[in-house]
Design a protein around this ligand. Structure first.
Ligand code: UN1
Length: 497
């Protein structure tokens, strides 16, 4: 199946069937590719070539650059089914979500095409006669992209589509666990470039297959002015100081520990559906996954009973076959989840679910029953992100207490409240409310649209990707003062004769 998909997507077998690094599908552990890691020298050479490509691409008018992204979006539309299936095979999320990930890429391409005609600067009133002031936005340089296994395509596309219309070249280091998705996106972008014509320089976009060494080379390069990285907070802690040490720019999209406040006035049917999608969807492996349910004391028993019933009915299995929950990415993720559940039990928590499933059918696939863990308070386990379907349930009495709990974690990505009380809803999204980058009312914390800025505060890293005015980070801001008079007045009225 993988070969048919890759063939249709235009990826030559030589690109993913050679080398000593095996790529396996989390679905059943079967090998789907073999690659070699690139050496530091190869990465350096790629960075050089990305500089050359940048020098040419920045001269192409922005709306024309948008045309390349439009053509790429067309390729994505044409190959949506194959790309969705590839995402599913390589990272194990169910096909519906694989297709959703491809749709996110199509959506960001549409947004970027429009943006290519709207890279607006400002005109500013000068204090001096005969002077014009303005702010212009110029292309930045080669952009380094580091992406994670759980969304092997979309976060690249959020960055790539905007960075391209902004006049930059791309260097993409995908997760070692999902390099085939990257090769497929690259192949489709190359097709779009061929259709676009000679204005698109060679090496406008390159994929770096590698591990830590390759990542460090990219991160440390003075020739890469912006590094956009998605991954764990642990990874961010390593990347951030390295980029800062050379005064580079970074966009960091790191861990989340997303909560839902479930208030007494909430529409419970809606809330239970939202909890289900956001807590067990993608087998709990979204950075926006619902990890903490902060439920009003009066609803606690009813909600837990309804959730247990719903959890018991979830179909867990092959992500290609219409199930709701697929496998975890690998054995390590499974061990991590089990270790956290064991610790929770030792601390007196009540654990429902969480065990391995289908081990007899898939000895090398790590399927689990999503877990519900009832806890009394937010200890260090609850306050850290475990990348697995574990939903902690906490309860509250007063709204302020719930809000404090929502914010009392090191991460600050997403959050939500289910309530029909307009005071609570507005307070939650107010300056005194949720401290997260995303704060929703009556929808879950995951599944954001690309039109908004995506990212979060605190240990989530502070970066923003996708819509709103995020394009500006891929450009350099320049303030221009132009004197069209025959005098030379100084600012602040300084006399210097
Ligand atoms: C991620 O898990 O890294 O909001 C990204 C969401 C998706 C993106 C998740 N649009 O859940």
């Amino acid at each position: 199946m993988i070969d048919t998909i890759m063939q249709r997507l235009g990826v030559a077998e030589s690109l993913y069937r050679q080398g000593d690094y095996p790529v396996t599908s989390p679905t059943d552990g079967a090998e789907i590719g073999r690659l070699s890691f690139e050496s530091a020298e190869v990465v350096d050479a790629r960075i050089e070539r990305a500089q050359v490509a940048f020098a040419a691409w920045r001269q192409v008018p922005a709306p024309r650059r948008g045309e390349l992204v439009r053509l790429f979006g067309e390729q994505l539309r044409r190959h949506k089914d194959d790309l969705g299936a590839l995402v599913t095979l390589e990272c194990g999320k169910i096909l519906q979500e694989g297709l959703g990930e491809v749709q996110e890429m199509i959506d960001i391409c549409d947004l970027a095409v429009g943006q290519s005609r709207q890279l607006y600067g400002l005109t500013i009133a000068s204090e001096r006669p005969g002077h014009h002031m303005r702010e212009s936005w110029h292309p930045l340089g080669p952009i380094g992209l580091v992406t994670a296994f759980n969304f092997p395509m979309a976060p690249w596309a959020w960055n790539a589509a905007l960075a391209l219309v902004c006049g930059n070249s791309l260097l993409w280091k995908p997760s070692e666990k999902t390099p085939l998705s990257a090769l497929a996106c690259q192949a489709l972008l190359e097709r779009a470039m061929a259709e676009f014509g000679a204005d698109a320089p060679d090496d406008l976009s390159q994929v770096i297959i590698g591990g830590r060494e390759a990542g460090e080379r990219l991160t440390d390069s003075h020739q890469v002015p912006l590094i956009s990285a998605t991954g764990s907070t642990r990874m961010g802690r390593e990347i951030a100081p390295r980029v800062a040490a050379r005064f580079g720019r970074s966009i960091l999209e790191l861990g989340g520990n997303n909560a839902m406040i479930l208030a007494p006035s909430a529409d419970l049917d809606m809330a239970v559906r939202a909890i289900l999608f956001s807590a067990v969807g993608t087998a709990g492996q979204r950075c926006t996954t619902l990890r903490r349910l902060i439920v009003h004391q009066s609803l606690r028993d009813e909600v837990i009973a309804r959730l247990k019933k719903a959890y018991a009915g979830i179909s867990i299995g092959n992500p290609m076959e219409g199930n709701l929950v697929g496998p975890l990415i690998d054995a390590q993720a499974f061990d991590q989840m089990q270790s956290v559940l064991t610790q929770a039990r030792q601390r007196g928590a009540t654990v429902f679910g969480g065990g391995r499933q289908l081990a007899d059918v898939y000895p090398n696939g790590y399927y689990v029953a999503p877990a519900i863990v009832e806890v009394e308070r937010q200890d260090d386990l609850v306050r850290s992100e475990t990348f697995a379907p574990i939903l902690y349930v906490l309860s509250y009495r007063e709204f302020d207490e719930a809000l404090a709990m929502n914010n009392d974690v090191p991460q600050g990505l997403s959050s939500c409240i289910f309530t029909t009380d307009v005071r609570e809803a507005e307070a939650f999204v107010s300056d005194m409310g949720s401290d997260c980058g995303i704060a929703n009312v009556n929808i879950g914390p995951s599944g954001a649209e690309i039109g908004g800025a995506f990212g979060g505060e605190k240990e989530t890293g502070g970066g923003r990707e996708s819509g709103s005015d995020v394009w500006k980070i891929y450009m350099r801001r320049q303030t221009n003062t132009v004197n069209y008079s025959r005098e030379l007045p100084l600012a602040q009225g300084i006399k210097f004769d």
